[in-house]
Design a protein around this ligand. Structure first.
Ligand code: IPE
Ligand code: IPE
Ligand code: MG
Ligand code: MG
Ligand code: MG
Length: 297
């Protein structure tokens, strides 16, 4: 299967698992907040993070079905981060995944609670499934908690907001990107490595690959905010300039940002090629690296 076919194959599994794992409940059991959570969770999205967990698991000799709940959990945390990121107190956006943002439809209070509900369901799933993996399950849970918390995504989001209208240096900018976005893209790869008991050499190369694509992903997101249109993007472009965010484009210019994206992707390719030489099938990893340079949404 080529990259696009593999992506589609795993995306369908993720979508089915997400709907099953967060079913609609009746009004007496918080029906409205569940409806709001499902509105954003099932609105589409590339499903990159959960697919990475399934692909890495398969690459390391495991069966993707066994880790599907972990994959769903990551996507729930990612979706909650988007619902909160769009709130008026954060980026104040009204379009996400091609639809009005959660708070536009359900109001701010329910949007906040829908995000909280997704976060809690995610860790419930991790605990339900993790016990089948023994200590590797705990390790995977710890990787996800760290990547989502104040040292990871939440910390990065905080730095991102504090950096608005401020002068920060290149190192500070890279740190924001690694934390707000990079760690939650690294997490599925490192969780799969933990669950499949990868060797130290494999973990080293997987970490190099994961760090590089995590940064590359957010650099391309910054570029798309400038070059894409809302139909392509499913969100409103131009908002980083509006909010005077410091991004790779505002800092290095469009060409400079694309250049740094390519440097990061080169590091990802080199890790994937080395992994491939150890006998792992890295076709998806290499296809993803190529796609991240040119992705349009
Ligand atoms: C958007 O993430 C937010 C960032 C971390 C840049 P994605 O681009 O993965 O959004 P979806 O999941 O496809 O909607
Ligand atoms: C958001 O970064 C990262 C997280 C949600 C953690 P952005 O604010 O750049 O994401 P978009 O552009 O709104 O998707
Ligand atoms: Mg933001
Ligand atoms: Mg945003
Ligand atoms: Mg953005």
């Amino acid at each position: 299967m080529d990259f696009a076919a593999q992506n589609e194959f795993y995306r369908r599994q993720v979508d089915a698992c997400l709907s099953e794992s967060f079913p609609q409940t009746d009004a007496s059991a918080g029906g409205l907040v569940v409806e709001a959570a499902r509105y954003s969770l099932l609105a589409g999205g590339k499903r990159l993070r959960p697919i990475l967990l399934l692909v890495t698991t398969a690459m390391l000799g495991g069966h993707p079905d066994d880790v599907l709940p972990f994959a769903a959990a990551i996507e729930m945390i990612h979706t909650y981060s988007l619902i909160h990121d769009d709130l008026p107190c954060m980026d104040n956006d009204n379009l996400r995944r091609g639809k009005p943002t959660n708070h536009i439809v359900y109001g701010e209070a329910i949007a906040l609670l829908a995000g909280d509900a997704l976060l809690n369901r995610a860790f419930e799933l991790v605990h339900e499934t993790g016990e089948h993996f023994g200590s590797a399950g705990w390790k995977a849970a710890q990787i996800l908690s760290h990547a989502s918390g104040s040292q990871g995504m939440i910390g990065g989001q905080t730095l991102d907001l504090l950096a608005e209208k401020q002068n920060i240096d290149a190192q500070g900018l890279t740190e924001i990107h690694q934390r707000k976005t990079g760690l939650l893209i690294q997490a599925p790869i490192l969780m799969a490595a933990a669950l499949m008991n990868a060797t130290d050499d494999q973990v080293k190369l997987l970490t190099q690959y994961a760090e590089a694509i995590g940064l590359a992903f957010q650099i391309r997101d910054d570029i798309l905010d400038v070059i894409a249109d809302s139909t392509q993007l499913g969100k409103t472009p131009g908002k980083d300039i509006r909010d005077q965010k410091t991004t790779y484009v505002s800092f290095f210019g469009l060409a400079g940002a694309q250049n740094r994206l390519e440097v990061s992707i080169e590091s990802a390719r080199s890790a994937a090629t080395e992994l491939q030489a150890t006998g792992s099938d890295c076709g998806y990893f290499i296809g993803l690296a190529d796609y991240l340079i040119i992705r349009q949404s």
